[in-house]
Design a protein around this ligand. Structure first.
Ligand code: ADP
Length: 242
């Protein structure tokens, strides 16, 4: 594990932030001094108003952006000193799903999921085994020949989830994964995320949906204007703020 000597990273943390600032321009920073510990195997909701810094946090964790100052360690990688050529290897450990699915629309379900393995040069015979396995996990085993654009929103998000999971990431980041779905499909995705977490993957979910937060009793981190204003185990929430 690569660690800077002067930061104490707890042994079972998969994500550690210490005093992280991120400014895009002069003026109020998007992240205004964040410290955070996420342990292996946790399921964490990240919530807060639009503009509070949630996406910036996700982009920093993916190393799409660099912090202006502060320390970020993900899975033992110090992101402040991570060399560009090492970023792809680092990212293999992370799965990501977005609100808008981001599938290859004119390709079929199998190809969309296989793509994530092809870029890692996984041998074809393994891809042929792995893709049906993961499609079974998300309940789409019988749809592998369907084109992405022919699927419902809920099915498309399940394909996106399969694509995020096929390389067996240690951490799954989901940025508003149910934002484009109706209530039933949203719950199906949330149930899948919970199952995936129960199998050991650390899961971070950005959401505005209070129903999930209230009913699922997970850790909830609430952000406001670039800082963490609440960090509660078990989804206990003060409704008056909403
Ligand atoms: P959230 O995901 O909670 O909606 P963001 O992380 O997208 O919040 O944004 C936090 C703040 O940073 C907002 O004030 C937003 O306007 C600003 N911001 C986000 N991305 C950029 C960017 N690429 N350039 C300049 N400002 C940005």
């Amino acid at each position: 594990m690569k660690r800077r000597k002067y930061y104490d990273v707890p042994e079972d943390n998969v994500i550690t932030l210490r005093n992280v600032y991120k400014s895009y321009t002069k003026g109020t920073p998007a992240l205004d001094g964040i410290s955070l510990d996420i342990r292996e195997g946790e399921f964490v909701f990240i919530t807060g108003d639009s503009g509070s810094g949630k996406s910036t946090l996700i982009k920093l964790l993916l190393r799409e952006l660099e912090a202006t100052s502060g320390y970020i360690n993900v899975l033992g990688y110090d992101l402040g000193t991570l060399k560009h050529r090492k970023i792809p290897k680092f990212r293999r450990n992370l799965g990501i799903v977005f609100q808008d699915f981001r599938l290859l629309e004119n390709r079929n379900v199998f190809d969309n999921v296989a793509f994530a393995q092809l870029v890692l040069q996984v041998p074809k015979y393994q891809i042929k085994r792995n893709v049906p396995d993961i499609l079974k996990t998300v309940g789409l085993a019988d749809k592998y020949r369907s084109k992405a654009e022919e699927l419902s929103g809920g099915e498309q998000q399940r394909v996106a989830l399969a694509r995020a999971l096929v390389n067996k990431p240690l951490i799954l980041l989901a940025d508003e994964p149910t934002g484009n779905l109706d209530a039933n499909n949203a719950w199906e995705i949330m149930d899948l995320l919970e199952q995936i977490n129960e199998q050991g993957t650390t899961v971070l979910v950005v959401t505005h949906n209070l129903e999930f937060i209230e009913k699922m009793h997970k850790r909830v981190i609430r952000m406001n204007q670039g800082v963490i204003v609440e960090d509660e185990e078990g989804g206990i929430y003060d409704d008056e703020r909403y």
